[in-house]
Design a protein around this ligand. Sequence first.
Ligand SMILES: C[C@H](O)[C@@H](O)[C@@H](O)C(=O)CO
Ligand SMILES: [Mn+2]
Length: 594
Amino acid sequence: MKNQRLIGEMPKVGIRPTIDGRRKGVRESLEEKTMNMAKSVAEFLSANLTYNNGSPIETVIADTCIGGVAEAALAKAKFDKENVGVTITVTPCWCYGSETMDMNPNRPNAIWGFNGTERPGAVYLAAVLAAHNQKGIPAFGIYGRDVQDIEDNTIPADVQEKLLRFVKGGLVVATLKDKSYLSIGSVSMGIAGSMVDEGFFQEYLGMRNEYVDMTELIRRINEEIYDKEEFEKAYKWVKQKAVFGEDINSEKNKRTEEQKDEDLKMNIKMTMITRDLMVGNPKLADLGYEEEAMGHNAIASGFQGQRQWTDHLPNGDFMEAILNSSFDWNGIRAPYIVATENDTLNAVTMLFGHLLTNSAQVFADVRTYWSPEAVKRVTNKELVGRASNGVIHLLNSGSASLDGTGEQKINGEPVMKPFWEISETEVDKCLQATKWRPANTEYFRGGGFSSNFKSRGDMPVTIARINLIKGLGPVLQIAEGYTVELDDDVHEILNNRTDPTWPTTWFVPNLTGENAFRDVYSVMNNWGANHCSMSYGHIGADLITLASMLRIPVNMHNVSSEKIFRPSVWNMFGTSNSEGADYRACQTYGPLYK
Ligand SMILES: C[C@H](O)[C@@H](O)[C@@H](O)C(=O)CO
Ligand SMILES: [Mn+2]
């Protein structure tokens, strides 16, 4: 498959048409309608959803309608063979709940019960959900708002929205399963997120943890265990395309031009080697390194960098920025998810964002809340427009993709696109908007290059973060909002108070006036860690659905309630306070793979 990097096929969506099993009249009258529902769902999904490798998602329909347990088992056998990762049961009629239901507890499943009158699809939906709830196998119920006629094979808009949200989340769950997170190095500067919690990866995500020491990069560089032809191509590309920016270091701390050229070469080698460590590279086998050619089947990785590496060697910013972007010297391609400071929890949040949107992510420190008053004090200017209630400065060297510049466009508006929609011209624009600045050698004694840009404003974005809470487990926080562009002089003053060689995004959350979203300050004040991951688009509702599938409660969000879609049983944990119900449900079910 094109762009296939990891072991195993992409997960498919299994569709289960269930039917009233009574022959000699009832079943026969329903076969066609039921199978048509399955077909229309399959067509709708492949026409609207794409894997992160650019191919349309694949569906598998059970060979027959499912009227009882034998046909349920046949469907399961087919799905197991076909690598089905998520299932949807569809029916226009009454069927026998526990006899036809999907009993797989680790594979997200949804049921669309046709809202009609001729045959009671909604009654089945309620009955089968009761069975799911009673048996402890949460399922998503989809019940269209408006009655449809039996011959109507269209999928109403509200059902479409739920199908898409469910399948997007379900495919993320299935895609993560059996993949690895690769830690390169260990804990960076005491950042708790870089302490690998194997239980979290294994039980909540179905993933494994792999580890290599940062010395592995040195070994491969010194022993030339990388594709030298690719290196030459990369060096030429960088020299041709990259824009190098001003060196802010004092004369005594500046590295020489020769040192900088060596740093750049090392940065390119680090990029290739980190990618090879993650996903392998057949070229290494040609060089006689069969073991290295295999890689670690890593869907995400993290690089400790600070301090043992960066005190002595060129920092990882170039490598992290290029790998997380949707392009490099080999062309336009899906991003590799690499967390700076080996922040495993931010890497997982980035994975969620990437797999839900298929686009690149921006990893950042949630650095500073700037109140309108403080901005006025230091710049003598008012914050205006979307920024008028204050802004949050997102800033970190390294893992912010260059897509975060906002130089890709749709109808003239800045966006971050899936790689297959990005043009060569847009790649060049992202590169032109980025300055590679010699690293600040007070922080990074070993030099290197940081990617420096300022994101364009008016991009709808979502920031998110997973935190691990002792005694509770993982929780997810989400804030939808917009990037904003400050006046150049305001930006300069604020940015120059911190490290001006890094990528900056000015972020404003959408406020609800309540709780954590009372004001911009409260969003910052409620953030649970030093980092967040920023995704293009308002994807809070998709993140909430995904989190419920993984039994990760959401402790903070600004998504309107009508967009929230969780397994039906969540309502049985309370309907007046959905946050409390979410916590109780997640606690009751526990991690998906325990
Ligand atoms: C250079 C500094 O050490 C930064 O890397 C540091 O402020 C962080 O990013 C902390 O998350
Ligand atoms: Mn950081």
